[in-house]
Design a protein around this ligand. Structure first.
Ligand code: ADQ
Length: 493
């Protein structure tokens, strides 16, 4: 049993901040992305620690910036400095050219360079060293995501004894795909060094256990339900499914604010007498954006009554822009949007409004509030928080969610949404048609059901489930204190 004073030490590739070069030099701004959206509200002012890469280069002096940033965030931030070579081979290489495509079932996009693996091991060890330095034996080390699958093993190799848990934010692939990985046995063995391994869905957990059976005979499973114990030789590892979520009340509360309501009204006024269908994604080939644009084009051709009556607002958040594949995707999206708008635009109606930038929270929530339909069709996704955010912000309960059956969110949201196969252009086009014509009563029934799921299965429910499996405790053991004062001074490194 943990002693009193257990702290949660979160470790992830990126700290929940961004470095920005401002007029007075380097500044720190809050980070973006699914992991930050999910975890930041939970960690605030509970005495925890977050360890990760700042996103900058290793020669930047961040010590002076971390103190105010930690105070602002409500948890202590410790940066892991990474050199340009490390970023190249560990982050862009192994993480984003090997694990990211493979775990999203897109193995033809993988680049299995041996030197990437060596750098992945080196950087995992570096994270383990810094975690050793800034934690103690009573802390709980909660490691996040595919960049750091080897960290528990690295901690053990350093002789650091800690209680460790791991959560994978992306899918875990089926055995036939996972077996293509040249380092498959090392990764599986490394994951077994954690005390608890968490996945988004039961499907991911099942895939993981099947992969274990494939490389090792004599695996036993004990227990039932969403968390089981896997026994391999003398090792016992808890393995569970924990679908991540959002801070529902914060999203719903902000969506109700005057700023968001005014902006939603203003934006919809500019699109009179038509339904808005909304797509919001990071720029990524897993999000199925070209397929969705094809489906929209198909719907405008096959169902001409939609013309001038529906507008697709597609928001794409720039991401990994240094990578050639992402540059190609960006160019393909511009081409497709241009083609569709060129073909269908009429005086007073442009079929696709394409926004290639990050939105501030009010703008994003205003689009969630005003859209009659959301179309979220990743080819594969760990969860997809945008789907849950749309439901939380749909205060009038009259929106329709079109959702890919390959998003992790589908396991919880399949009942209220229109489910689609993102590879089936005509099927998605039919779904757009169905959503457009759906009557108010059906819209309300479906959206009410979806919102109940998102309200109850919120981010606090997720953290509590993980902590119960990890420590037999929940968040009440880490009470939030307003104006939290850090007891432990920042050690610069
Ligand atoms: P992501 O791939 O980043 O996350 P997602 O879950 O959709 O995907 O989260 C994206 C986040 O970025 C959302 O919280 C959203 O609000 C925010 N965002 C989107 N568009 C934005 C915009 N234009 N401006 C500002 N913010 C925007 C990874 C996995 C997912 C998993 C999450 C959490 O790939 O499958 O759901 O982690 O585990």
């Amino acid at each position: 049993m943990e002693e009193p004073g257990t702290r949660i030490v979160a470790v992830s590739n990126r700290l929940p901040i961004r470095l920005v070069h401002g007029p007075d030099g380097l500044e720190i701004k809050p980070g973006a992305g699914g992991l930050v959206t999910a975890l930041a509200p939970v960690f605030r002012n509970r005495g925890g620690v977050w360890i990760g890469w700042s996103g900058g280069t290793d020669d930047e002096d961040l010590a002076g910036l971390m103190e105010p940033a930690s105070r602002e965030a409500g948890y202590r931030l410790y940066p892991v400095p990474l050199s340009a070579d490390e970023v190249g081979d560990y982050y862009y290489g192994f993480s984003n050219e090997v694990i990211w495509p493979l775990f999203h079932d897109l193995q033809t996009r993988c680049n299995f360079k041996p030197r990437y693996w060596q750098q992945y091991l080196n950087v995992n060890r570096k994270f383990a060293e810094i975690t050793t330095k800034h934690s103690n034996e009573t802390d709980y080390i909660w490691v996040h995501d595919y960049h750091l699958m080897h960290m528990a093993q690295s901690l053990k190799e350093l002789g650091t004894e800690r209680n460790t848990g791991f959560f994978l934010h992306i899918p875990f692939p089926p055995v036939d795909i996972f077996m293509k990985l040249p380092w498959r046995a090392q990764i599986l063995r490394a994951l077994l060094e954690y005390e608890l391994v968490g996945f988004q869905t039961m499907r991911d957990r099942k895939n993981f256990i099947q992969c274990l059976r494939h490389i090792s005979s004599g695996i036993r499973i004990s227990g039932r339900g969403s968390v089981v114990t896997v026994i391999v030789g003398d090792k016992r590892v808890r393995v569970g499914a924990f679908p991540i979520s959002i801070d529902h009340d914060a999203f719903a509360g902000d969506a109700e604010s005057k700023e968001v309501a005014d902006m939603a009204w203003y934006l919809h006024e500019a699109l009179p007498n038509r339904q808005v269908i909304l797509g919001v994604d990071r720029l990524d080939y897993t999000k199925g954006i070209p397929e969705r644009l094809e489906a929209f084009k198909n719907a405008l051709s096959r169902f001409p009554e939609l013309q001038e009556k529906i507008t697709l607002v597609q928001v794409v958040v720039p991401s990994r822009e240094e990578v050639p594949e992402y540059q190609m995707l960006r160019a393909e999206l511009y081409r497709l949007v241009g083609e569709i708008n060129g073909k269908f635009t009429r005086s007073g109606w442009v079929p696709i409004h394409y926004l290639y930038r990050s939105l501030n929270r009010y703008e994003l929530l205003a689009y969630y509030r005003l859209a009659e339909i959301a179309i979220i069709t990743p080819l594969k996704d760990g969860m997809n928080l945008v789907a849950k955010e749309y439901c939380a912000c749909n205060l009038e309960e009259n929106g329709v969610l079109i959702l890919s059956e390959f998003a992790g969110a589908a396991a919880q949201l399949h009942r209220g949404s229109i489910m689609v196969n993102p590879y089936d252009v005509e099927g998605m086009s039919n779904a757009i048609h169905q959503a457009f014509h759906m009557d108010q009563a059906e819209r309300h029934n479906r959206m009410h059901r979806l919102r109940e799921v998102v309200r109850h299965r919120n981010i606090f429910w997720w953290v509590n489930n993980f902590l119960k499996a990890a420590l037999a405790k929940d968040l009440r053991a880490f009470p939030a204190v307003e104006d939290y004062v850090f007891e432990i001074p920042l050690v610069s490194n």
